[in-house]
Write a protein that binds this ligand. Structure first.
Ligand code: NDP
Ligand code: ZN
Length: 373
């Protein structure tokens, strides 16, 4: 038996006649649309969830264009809150009818990679804990499957709005991961390259970790406004000259910590260049398969400057999201500021996805209420 076969997939529930459901996803690379698929079935440790609000993400559009390898007939989506529809017989913490927040990364907690302390690793398979999109259908559907529900679902707190909770499952978790990887300390000068929803959350994370100066790089006016509200002290436009020069001028030599949350292959070199000796470059941006990340040896101080270069995927599981919900519950962050567009009804999924794909100038983060409000 393959070591990648999970407990939940091996112990299938008793045979039941297939029920069909609708989903929205990629028919093939560069072509999205409606799909009719079999409703998933819960294994003994799993749950089936009916989404109530979903959010399209840059990662969905990236995958739809073939970003992580060719795929077809795949339901997209990985950011959802919802209601438990069905649980497997070994699930103890959840029951049908429970309101839940669903982490976008749902590890197999029995895997060796996860036991080694990295919630994103499944054995030695990169991003193996990202089940939606990479190993099974996503959440833009009438129902979706969650593996190991007791460890991968979170009860919706009564004092957090579902919209605020929805923003934790990827945007806040990923943006905060950028701040964690950067090991931001009190008074650090931090640059966040890219202030879309992910970068905005990195700005908020940097602020909560006690950064001194926080410089956001981006141009969309509504993002610039929220970046300032979340703690950015300065804004730099990558459209108005070389960002390395701009940052060096502003800071008198470079930043302590640089988080990459947007840009292209060239951004990598720029990030390393604008980071001071002993500093950290923390990447949470998805580079494209076609990108080549390169830099002159001098950018990295000939390897002698103790500049750390790190990159990582959004951590997974219930505890992570519970902790982020605590930040919201106690009034430290309003994640709903990044929601720029609201769509009513699953029928509007296509419009929401299109908006995300084309990146309208006033777009930050769209959400879709599955039932019209
Ligand atoms: P957006 O496209 O909304 O934002 C990108 C930001 O980068 C914008 O502020 C944009 O500026 C800025 N930007 C664009 N080009 C450049 C450039 N050449 N130089 C500097 N800044 C630039 O993206 P998201 O916030 O939705 O996502 C950011 C990244 O995070 C994506 O790559 C996404 O795939 C990735 N991601 C990673 C995850 C992880 O776990 N690691 C999870 C989720 C997402 P402007 O204001 O002009 O638009
Ligand atoms: Zn996402």
């Amino acid at each position: 038996m393959s070591t990648r076969t999970t407990f939940d997939t091996r112990l299938k529930k008793k045979e039941t006649p297939p029920v069909m459901m609708r989903g929205y996803g990629m028919l093939e690379v560069n072509k999205t649309g409606w799909l009719e698929k079999t409703r998933p079935v819960a294994g003994p440790l799993d749950a089936i969830v009916r989404p109530t609000i979903v959010a399209p993400c840059s990662s969905d559009t990236h995958v739809s264009h073939g970003g992580s390898g060719p795929k077809k007939d795949l339901i997209l989506g990985h950011e959802a809150v919802g209601i438990v529809e069905e649980v497997g017989e070994l699930v103890t913490k959840f029951a049908p009818g429970d309101r839940v927040v669903v982490p976008c990364v749902t590890p197999d907690w029995l895997s060796m990679g996860t036991q080694s302390g990295k919630s994103t690793a499944h054995d030695h398979f990169m991003m193996g804990s990202f089940k939606f999109l990479s190993q099974k259908d996503g959440i833009f559907a009438e129902y979706f499957h969650v593996n190991q529900a007791d460890a991968n679902l979170v009860h919706m707190p009564d004092d957090v709005s579902p919209e605020a909770a929805l923003m934790t499952v990827d945007m806040m978790s990923t943006g905060f991961h950028g701040a964690e990887l950067a090991e931001i300390g009190y008074g650090d000068t931090v640059v966040v390259i890219g202030i879309g929803p992910v970068g905005l959350m990195a700005v908020a994370g940097a602020q909560l970790r006690g950064a001194g100066r926080i410089i956001g790089i981006g141009t969309r006016p509504n993002c610039v406004k929220i970046a300032r509200e979340y703690g950015a002290t300065d804004i730099v436009s990558y459209k108005e000259g070389d960002i390395v020069e701009q940052i060096k001028d502003l800071t008198g030599g470079g930043a302590d910590k640089v988080i990459i949350a947007g840009g292209d292959a060239e951004t990598f070199r720029q990030a390393v260049d604008m980071t001071k000796e002993m500093g950290v470059v923390s990447n949470i941006n998805f580079f494209d398969l076609s990108h080549v990340l390169s830099m002159p040896a001098w950018s990295w101080g000939l390897g002698m400057a103790n500049k750390d270069i790190r990159g990582g995927f959004c951590p997974g599981g219930a505890l992570r999201i519970q902790k982020l919900l605590e930040v919201i519950r106690h009034g430290r962050l309003d994640t709903t500021k990044i929601i720029s567009h609201k769509f009513n009804g699953f029928e509007k999924m296509e419009d929401a996805f299109d908006l995300m794909d084309k990146k309208a100038p006033d777009l930050i983060k769209p959400i879709v209420y599955m039932d019209a409000q």
